[in-house]
Design a protein around this ligand. Structure first.
Ligand code: HEC
Length: 129
């Protein structure tokens, strides 16, 4: 049983501290799939490191970093915009060229992830605030 500790200290300015996901938990032999939120984050991180990090990384110019993406307003090349929620992320993974983020080329190919894998990626993105 892993616990997520969220510490909020607001006396001298606010900051949020989270324990990082136990990276080994998702690579274990369990076949039942991730159940707890921390397992989801770890599974999402694993998908990111194997399939997404070559383009999506902090400071990389290939693709937008995911840090701070959750809940933010995304602007697209066609002038439209939307808030990054689950539906948007799901759509961006399944059909990346349907909305292309302003400033980037449509180089991402459609990713064939299962709904459960996408849930894990979303949990990981949410953890990167
Ligand atoms: C070949 C490089 C490449 C790879 C690999 C890649 N992406 Fe992308 N991705 C992009 C680019 C470029 C954009 C921005 C243009 C667009 O919206 O299509 C993008 C946009 C996104 C967005 C919308 C981001 C935003 O800032 O609004 C999501 C979500 C996303 N990708 C998820 C993924 C996931 C999940 C994976 C791995 C399974 C992945 N990407 C792998 C290049 C890549």
């Amino acid at each position: 049983m892993k616990l997520l500790f969220v510490v909020l200290l607001c006396s001298s300015g606010c900051y949020v501290e989270k324990t990082t996901a136990d990276a080994t938990s998702a690579s274990g032999a369990e076949s039942s799939g991730p159940t707890f939120e921390m397992d989801r984050v770890a599974a999402g991180q694993k998908i990111w490191s194997t399939q997404c990090s070559s383009c999506h990384s902090d400071g990389g110019s290939m693709a937008p970093s995911w840090r701070g993406m959750w809940g933010s307003t995304r602007e697209f090349t066609d002038g439209s915009s939307t808030r990054a929620d689950e539906a948007y992320i799901r759509q961006s993974i399944k059909n990346p060229t349907s909305q292309v983020v302003k400033g980037y080329a449509p180089t991402m190919s459609s990713k064939n992830l299962s709904d459960s894998e996408i849930d894990s990626v979303i949990a990981f993105i949410k953890s990167l605030r």
